[in-house]
Design a protein around this ligand. Structure first.
Ligand SMILES: *[C@@H]1O[C@H](CO)[C@@H](O)[C@H](O)[C@H]1NC(C)=O
Ligand SMILES: *[C@@H]1O[C@H](CO)[C@@H](O)[C@H](O)[C@H]1NC(C)=O
Ligand SMILES: *[C@@H]1O[C@H](CO)[C@@H](O)[C@H](O)[C@H]1NC(C)=O
Length: 454
């Protein structure tokens, strides 16, 4: 290498070094800046927003004076005076035994003059008009700090703690429209698979509800021919650019008769509501609907998140299968049954409308059976208590004698003499039953690996 070459190489090296240094500095500054950027971003997004609680919900229950005389008991079963916020909207002022107004009921309001609104909108159905316009009336009454607006009927049992738990997971400053489908396939087909069935409760984030209220008159004029309030609500919300987010725990109960077969096999989703409470049979045997409503809330007060959630366990030495619907019922089968089968509701109920065609339900079902190996022995929720060790124990007592013999093919171990089942809470479970004892205990515990493959 010549002298000239050497100095050239040196100068190139120098230049490269300077370049590298420059790049290095740039990177450092850039990284610093991006650090600054990201910290300032997290700061704005974690701007302290208090957790959603019951005071952020406002209820608007749409009822009528005539039915409220007996339906008020259904609402008083779940309404917490001075804690739950909102109103019952009546068509005419309360009369007779409704006065003085019960302090355990939601305060009431009278719906706006429907005749006047019919004139303004040319709506074909005053009943539909009243319901849809009612959403605006609820928003108009909403207190400061409201995050969610909930509409429902007065023959619906709501589970408010679970609603709060669900809504707290969503950003109330965005647009949300929550609701539930019908259990009866044809109802969804006749109305819409995209609508929330309103009696069971629809939940709108406040900004969406406010926007809805703002546009309600023009929407009622636009859809003056529609004869369904739920469908009208859905199309008005869709015109605002929002679609339904369906929730599994909202139950329209488009079913009739004895719904115990449906309530005893509820999936593991938070129970939110039970509608058509006035149409189905009382949900506990030998109780009125009103009594049954209060009875169900006893368990709900201890642990609402577990309500109706199904747990299945096996008692291998006797070949028994237990299926528990927490806070509602317990069933014993005298045979080891696969979980997938036991998860299907038993059709103890009837369809909402007569429908000769199958399929009828939006979920898997199995028919009732009089085969002693397939028919459960049925127990209903009796009481709940907290033990000194802090465990919540629910007790279930026999509904009625099954009246068919034991299941012989699995060893002739009759459960006929078991009259009470005691259950404490957790995820998987063991059955503790002493030979001949009328009492069976179910101990819930953490699940083990391989356990779920029964
Ligand atoms: C609910 O949250 C608000 C804050 O937005 C708070 O002031 C209030 O005390 C809370 N209420 C309950 C019942 O926790
Ligand atoms: C609710 O609050 C009002 C006014 O503060 C009070 O008069 C009433 O007794 C309260 N109701 C209940 C059931 O606690
Ligand atoms: C089943 O058990 C009952 C009661 O223990 C007994 O009376 C009956 O004979 C048994 N049936 C058969 C077929 O073993």
């Amino acid at each position: 290498m010549s002298k000239q070459d050497k100095s050239n190489v040196l100068s190139i090296c120098k230049k490269m070094l300077i370049c590298c240094l420059f790049l290095y500095m740039c990177t450092i500054i850039f990284l610093n800046n991006s650090n600054l950027l990201s910290t300032s971003q997290t700061r704005t997004s974690s701007k302290i927003v208090a957790q959603t609680n019951i005071s952020h919900l406002v209820f608007g229950l749409l009822g009528n004076e005539r039915a409220w005389h007996h339906r008020k008991h259904y609402v008083e079963a779940w309404w917490r005076p001075n804690v739950t916020r909102g109103h019952i909207f009546l068509d005419v002022p309360p009369r007779g035994d409704l006065l003085p107004w019960s302090l355990n009921s939601p305060p009431y309001r009278i719906s706006d003059d429907i005749r006047k609104l019919v004139k303004e909108t040319n709506h074909v159905d005053p009943r539909v008009l009243r319901m849809v316009h009612g959403i605006m009336e609820v928003v108009r009454q909403a207190h400061e700090g409201v995050r969610w607006v909930i509409l429902g009927d007065d023959d619906t049992i709501f589970f408010v703690d679970n609603m709060v738990d669900i809504l707290a997971q969503y950003d109330h400053t965005k647009y949300y429209y929550f609701g539930g489908h019908s259990e009866f396939i044809l109802s969804n087909y006749w109305y819409s698979f995209n609508q929330g069935f309103g009696g069971a409760g629809i939940m709108l984030s406040y900004p969406l509800a406010r926007e809805f209220a703002h546009n309600v008159m023009s929407c009622l004029k636009r859809y003056a021919h529609l004869k369904s309030s739920d469908r009208t609500t859905m199309v008005c919300v869709a015109d605002l650019g929002v679609n339904l987010t369906p929730l599994q725990g909202i139950h329209q109960i488009d079913l009739r008769g004895d719904i115990s077969g449906f309530l005893s096999y509820h999936p593991k989703s938070l129970l939110t509501s039970l509608h058509h409470y006035d149409t189905v049979d009382p949900i506990f045997p030998s109780m009125t609907r009103a009594q049954a409503g209060f009875h169900l809330q006893k368990a709900a007060r201890y642990d609402q998140s577990r309500m109706l959630q199904q747990t299945i366990c096996h008692h291998r030495s006797k070949s028994w299968t237990f299926s528990v619907s927490w806070g509602y019922s317990a069933h014993i089968y005298e045979k080891i049954m696969p979980r997938s089968w036991i998860q299907r509701p038993i059709v103890t109920f009837r369809t909402w409308q007569t429908s000769p065609r199958l399929p009828q339900y939006m979920f898997d079902v199995r028919g009732p059976s009089w085969n002693p190996c397939e028919a459960p022995r049925v127990f209903f929720f009796k009481s709940v208590e907290k033990t000194q060790r802090g465990e919540i124990v629910t007790t279930y007592t026999r509904g009625w004698p099954r009246g068919i013999g034991a299941c012989l093919s699995s060893g002739n171990f009759s459960a006929e003499y078991v009259s009470d089942i005691y259950i404490d809470k957790c995820e998987c479970c063991d059955v503790i039953h002493e030979e001949g004892s009328i009492r069976a205990d179910i101990k819930y515990r953490e699940c083990k690996i391989n356990e779920l493959i029964a």
